[in-house]
Design a protein around this ligand. Structure first.
Ligand code: ADP
Ligand code: ADP
Length: 229
């Protein structure tokens, strides 16, 4: 079963008199439950692709499906509902609210979700049960990112979209965050889509989409996926 599929997706940004062709006709299928890495030079269209998949932005043309739902045919309200129900986002910087504890940060999401696990359970899953009453400033970078992962998985989304999730972390800490993401992938069957420049992360993926000049130039399948641990 395909979680996402797209046909001839194009994105043109228009700024003043300049047109930037960020996606130039992208065709793909992303499988439910897979770990997919998006790799490619800066400016090749990876973030644009991720934002469109996640319903944060719309393509200029082309069709995008999530299972049998055509996302490109939804109105704003339905697209927002889809995003809230199905998509968890993790960014390079953790975007935690400094005045709230780890548990309160996660509860911001669980309070407004249809089918959440408890905030305590989500923190347990990322190995931070003993840090639930800590404020962000009392946590290391890696721990803060794991709180962000707990926040993203607490609503039990179908898909986790990660834009450079380990970009601000040293490599050992990054591995720990990756293990957390992989355990969500394994336990919750969450599709994991990760933008990274890290070759170690790419080696852990089921597949790698290589972006170049707004197109998927090559798809690499790892027959022997390297799992952490
Ligand atoms: P990547 O994530 O691979 O670095 P992006 O998707 O961020 O690539 O960018 C692809 C191209 O689109 C780049 O040339 C970038 O400058 C341009 N771009 C991205 N977002 C915008 C935007 N909001 N407005 C104008 N141009 C943009
Ligand atoms: P990355 O390459 O790591 O994705 P970027 O700096 O390209 O980081 O993009 C960060 C954000 O800035 C993206 O959400 C994108 O939409 C926006 N952006 C990127 N390039 C431009 C641009 N030329 N003009 C306006 N916004 C942009």
């Amino acid at each position: 079963m395909a979680a996402f599929s797209g046909r001839d997706l194009r994105k043109i940004y228009i700024t003043g008199e300049t047109e930037v062709h960020a996606l130039r006709g992208v065709d793909f299928a992303i499988h439910q439950g897979e770990v997919l890495v998006l790799l490619g030079p800066s400016g090749s269209g990876k973030s644009t692709f991720l934002n469109i998949i996640g319903g944060l932005d719309r393509p200029t043309s082309g069709q995008l499906y999530y299972d049998e739902i055509e996302l490109t045919a939804l109105d704003e309200r339905s697209l927002t509902r889809f995003r809230r129900a199905q998509i968890g986002f993790i960014f390079q910087f953790y975007n935690l609210i400094p005045s709230l504890t780890a548990e309160e940060n996660v509860r911001l999401v669980t309070d407004i979700s249809d089918n959440p696990m408890s905030a305590a359970e989500a923190l347990e899953l990322v190995g931070l049960a003993d840090r639930r009453s800590h404020f962000p400033a009392q946590l290391s970078g890696g721990e803060q990112q794991r709180v962000a992962v707990a926040r993203a998985i607490a609503k039990q989304p179908g898909v986790l979209l990660c834009d450079e999730p380990t970009g601000a972390l040293d490599s050992a800490t990054g591995v720990k965050v990756l293990e957390t993401l992989e355990s969500a992938n394994a336990k919750l069957d969450t599709t994991l889509i990760i933008i990274t420049h890290n070759a170690g992360i790419a080696a852990m993926a089921d597949r790698v989409f290589h972006f170049l000049d707004g197109q998927i130039a090559r798809i690499e399948t790892n027959s022997q996926r390297i799992s952490p641990a």
